[in-house]
Every structure is written in structure tokens, then in C-alpha cells.
Write a protein that binds this ligand. Structure first.
Ligand code: MG
Length: 327
């Protein structure tokens, strides 16, 4: 079947510079793929935060090389298998193509991607609203912007963690979860913080310690009163066995693992170990967010608020009704 494609770069800007334990930045490089066949154009996205290895250039190179060798047939599984075995690494580039393929086949069949995947039409968990690190005035402003959301995710791992949590708790009753982005370097300190957070009824803690500190994380796992979710410590399905005995759950992101199809496989494997699942994202446009959202019915929590934090989302904004991302 004939097809054509084009690639477009986009710099997705944050409304407010976004501060986490890794540092502060203004926006994120994005590559968009427009894939056309049978008069249907489907879009895919690669999001490239600076701490990942992939760049705009590497994504273009991978996608051009892939389509140079690719024969398109109306068989989704064939397309996806070919993609996933095509070269190693390049997860964001693979996610870009994987998302475009899922969108194309869903359009071709006049159904949604979640239906294409055979998922059920069940109530979806609420989506978190993310608040980055900042001074109390900025935090209070962000809490106001989170009105209507039923869960807030707070970035910690800096010098003012308790002040940030106290500021939020003073302003809202909305349940909170926290993401430390590996920012607590000492397991004793991390346990003190988690005990303090547990007294404040925080829902879960994401990646408190550096992913390399396996002994520290094992010790923390055995003592923590709150669920601990692996994010940086788990990238693809191959990492799940290594973390299953010292995290309570995993954060699945399409850009880390290579797209919707590997993301679904990761969720199924995590659930087979009775692990909790958070569906997260990088800073992404509505395209990447809606792709991840198709898997929401399988998750305990959904962390897909990227378009709300961006000032130049090139697509129609996604819709959060009563704090639930509509798919
Ligand atoms: Mg995280």
C-alpha cells in the first residue's frame, strides 16, 4: 500500500519555567510525524526532554531510515512487530511511529485506539495536575489552577520540600502524590520524609532515591508506609523483573518504552506481579497525551496533564471532565 510521511519539529513551551530535581527548563523538543495512506493522515509524536539520549536529529534519522525500508500493509501487528525489531534503542522515535500507526488503523476502522486494543469501556481513574517546585506564591497560584482536578502531583527533591507540601495542604484538600525525581540521596532521610508525608496522607511517592541505589531502595521499600513507584528506574519491559521486589508500582511512559504496544505489554507484565501502574508522560502535545490516555483504563493513576502546562500545544487541547481525561 502506498504511503507518504513528513516530519515537523516543534518546541513545546512551558507556560511557566518548569523546575524539578534535575533542573529547570523552558520547553521540550518535539518531533511530529504525519503519516498518510488511503487518504487518511495519522499523527505521531516523539518528545525529547534533554535528559534522554535521543535528539531531534536522531529521531529524524531513525524515522527516515525506517520508512526507507518499510513496506506498508493493512496489518497492524505486522507493522508493529517490524517497528519494534527495527534497530535497538530509539524509544521515542519508535513511540512516534507506533502512535501514528495506532491512530491510522483506528481511523481506518472508524474506532478509537482503545477499542483497537480490545480494551473495555470502564470508568477511568482521575488525572493528576502537576505542580513543579517553586516559591509559596507560585505554588498557591498553581493550586488555584488545579481546581477541578481530583489529585495533585507535586515535584519534590529540593531544599524546601516540607514548605511546598505545607503550602499546598493549607490551600486545598485535594489528595496529593509526590515525585522526587531521584532527588533524595540518603535512604534514612528519604524514610524520614516518607513518614512525614504519610502523616499528611500523601497517596504515593515516585522515585525517591537515585535509580542506582538498589540497596537503599530495597531497605526503603521494606520500611515505607507509602507505596513507592519506580519511574527513572524502569524504562522498558526488560527492567520490570529487576525492580519488582523493591517498588510497589511502575510509571509507564510511551516515550521511555517505545509506544502504545510496548506500554500495554509493560502494564500487563506489571499487573501479573500485582504491581500498581501509573501512566505518565514527558512534556507532550495532545497527540502523545491522547495516545497514552488510551491505556488509562488499565492504570491505578493517570498523570497526563502535559498539555495544560504548555503554552503552544499545536493541537486542540485535551478535555478533562471532573478531573478525568476524556478518551
Ligand atoms: Mg517521574
Amino acid at each position: 500500500m502506498d504511503f507518504k510521511y513528513r516530519l515537523q519539529n516543534h518546541f513545546l513551551k512551558f507556560k511557566t519555567p518548569f523546575a524539578i530535581a534535575h533542573g529547570t527548563r523552558d520547553g521540550t523538543d518535539i518531533v511530529l510525524l504525519y503519516f498518510t495512506a488511503e487518504n487518511i493522515t495519522a499523527i505521531g509524536e516523539a518528545s525529547l526532554p534533554p535528559y534522554l539520549i535521543e535528539t531531534k536529529e536522531s529521531v529524524h534519522e531513525f524515522i527516515n531510515s525506517f520508512f526507507n525500508d518499510f513496506k506498508f500493509t493493512a496489518d497492524l501487528n505486522h507493522c508493529l512487530d517490524y517497528l519494534q525489531q527495527y534497530k535497538s534503542g530509539n524509544y521515542a522515535a519508535k513511540a512516534c511511529i507506533d502512535i501514528a500507526f495506532h491512530n491510522w488503523f483506528a481511523s481506518y476502522k472508524h474506532i478509537s485506539v482503545w477499542q483497537l486494543l480490545g480494551l473495555k469501556n470502564t470508568p477511568l481513574p482521575p488525572c493528576t495536575y502537576t505542580i513543579a517546585m517553586g516559591a509559596p506564591d507560585l505554588i498557591r497560584q498553581k493550586v488555584k489552577e488545579a481546581a477541578g482536578f481530583r489529585m495533585i502531583k507535586v515535584k519534590l527533591g529540593g531544599e524546601h520540600d516540607k514548605q511546598i507540601i505545607d503550602t499546598i495542604i493549607d490551600s486545598t484538600d485535594t489528595p496529593l502524590c509526590v515525585d522526587v525525581n531521584q532527588g533524595w540521596k540518603d535512604p534514612d532521610f528519604a524514610l524520614d520524609m516518607i513518614n512525614w508525608l504519610a502523616e499528611r496522607k500523601i497517596v504515593f511517592v515516585e522515585q525517591p532515591l537515585p535509580k542506582s541505589d538498589k540497596n537503599g531502595q530495597q531497605w526503603l521499600f521494606n520500611k515505607s508506609p507509602l507505596p513507592i513507584i519506580a519511574d527513572e528506574a524502569v524504562q522498558t519491559i526488560d527492567d520490570i523483573d529487576a525492580v519488582k521486589d523493591f517498588y510497589h508500582g511502575i510509571n509507564v511512559k510511551l516515550m521511555k518504552c517505545g509506544g502504545i504496544s510496548p506500554g500495554l505489554a509493560m502494564i500487563q507484565k506489571a499487573k501479573s506481579y500485582h504491581k500498581m501502574v501509573l501512566i505518565g508522560s514527558m512534556s507532550e502535545t495532545s497527540c502523545g497525551i491522547m495516545a497514552a490516555a488510551q491505556l488509562s483504563s488499565l492504570a491505578n493513576w493517570v498523570d497526563l496533564d502535559g498539555p495544560l502546562l504548555a503554552s503552544n500545544n499545536p493541537f486542540e487541547n485535551v478535555n478533562y471532565e471532573n478531573g478525568v481525561l476524556q478518551i
